[in-house]
Design a protein around this ligand. Sequence first.
Ligand SMILES: [Zn+2]
Length: 336
Amino acid sequence: MNHLSLPKVELHRHLEGSLRLETLIELAAQHGRSLPSTTVAGLRDHAQVLKPMGSLQEVLDAFVLFQDAFRSLDAVERLTFEAVEDAALDGVRLLELRFSPGFMAEPAGLDWDQMMLRVVRGVERAQEQYDIVVGLIAIVSRSLGPRSARDTVAFTLNWRAHIVGFDLADAEEAYPASDFATEMGQLFAIDMPITVHSGENVGPEHIRTSVDILNARRIGHGVSIVRDPTLVERFIEQGLALEMCPTSNLRTRAVDRLEDHPAAQLLGQGACVTLNSDDPGLFDITLSGELALAQERLGFTDEMIVASTRHAIEASFVPDAQKEEVREALRGFLGP
Ligand SMILES: [Zn+2]
């Protein structure tokens, strides 16, 4: 299968993890910020996670370099434009792009609403050039604390016309789901779809809680679900989706080997499994590359790649009318 020309759907991609190193270097110069290296080759070792991590700190250190690029509103618009452009050039036809306003605004104290206007503008500019459906997802970073969670929920309510879903991310073990239930309940009450980073490096009981307490319709990663067959059954019955990210799951040590990744097994059982890149800039990957990897190392067949793409279209939070052109593109690719 030609993975590049397959019309693809990405449900799990972080804007803050989608930056080009060339742009990181240019922006650092513009903003008067220093970097560990000013060449792409030199920066690679500091800003990217290219092998299974020794410690979580390595990943966090790399992420801080990406975060520091968001120092002006012009940078926000440019970085958003480029993230959508890179997806489009990789043949992604439906992109859900997520970002944490608290995390992005932190380095320069940017105003969240001003920032959002520029994110929206960056998406629109990319859509003037490329044929791509984009849905934005707002993220609460668990580790930024309850104040940031409250602010992000209020922000999401305020910008609901431009936001298709809501996500809870990072440090799952340290911050129980119950800490966020009341705030996120406000979003559930207005039918804002919810996805939660869950069961990545912790057990399946966390995934169960994310569904029970936070009303998640989709789970980011969810690798440990395979250890709880009754939970897998429930996901199949209720059509709950898994946003799995092979390279990310290997490099953050959610799996020891790609061959141990449960995506193919779960898809074969009938679960709504989707394949995603998570952070293409941080990991130096593309979604096309992840699909090829799934075939080379995870046991996916051509039919399974197509099935996971169909699952991703149906599990997407974008309005149904916008999905039809993506279904049509996939039909066109597959032929009569
Ligand atoms: Zn993620």
